[in-house]
Write a protein that binds this ligand. Structure first.
Ligand code: HEM
Length: 139
């Protein structure tokens, strides 16, 4: 019996980590063209955001753009495979704070608003990103 309970727990944990199985959110975000515009809009806002722009000064911004599009597409249930580094690996050494995280989210929200993405849809994407917070910031 304890073995069965362990198995059920392991299965539940595995399911919790699976990406979305439907592509509703992906389509609500405008598919690949919509997500591309959202990521580019977010990065343009980051470039003008004195709170966090410093982190992005010496990075390959084209790569970050491409990998972010893949990541958001995959998290939203789109037909993309994320080929970038893990969240831990890509943010290691950046010493990101909760305030940095909030600033990036604000820029993402502004980019989505500019693309006329309804607030409930915005919140659905943010909810998919929230579990990565602990992998990205240095606590
Ligand atoms: C859930 C939130 C976040 C997600 C999903 C995310 C996603 C990504 C992805 C996909 C990459 C590219 C990985 C690769 O090159 O293979 C990346 C890199 C990067 N991210 Fe994030 N990120 C998040 C939060 C943040 C925050 C809050 C900041 C700073 C304010 C940040 C700053 C950076 C920087 C500077 C890089 C480039 C690192 C390098 O190339 O050395 N990220 N991120």
């Amino acid at each position: 019996m304890p073995r069965l309970i362990l198995l059920v727990c392991l299965l539940l944990a595995a399911c919790a980590q699976q990406p979305a199985r439907d592509d509703i959110l992906y389509r609500q975000l405008g598919g690949a063209p919509g997500i591309t515009r959202i990521v580019e809009g977010m990065l343009l806002r980051v470039a003008a955001d004195q709170r966090i722009v410093e982190h992005f000064q010496r990075v390959d911004i084209q790569r970050v753009r491409d990998k972010l599009i893949e990541k958001l597409c995959a998290e939203a249930g789109g037909p993309c495979v994320y080929t970038g580094d893990s969240m831990e690996e890509s943010h290691k050494g950046l010493a990101l704070t909760p305030a940095d995280f909030n600033a990036l989210v604000e820029n993402l929200q502004a980019a989505m608003t500019a693309e006329a993405v309804p607030i409930p849809v915005q919140n659905r994407l943010l909810a998919r990103l929230a579990p990565m917070r602990g992998q990205v910031i240095d606590r």
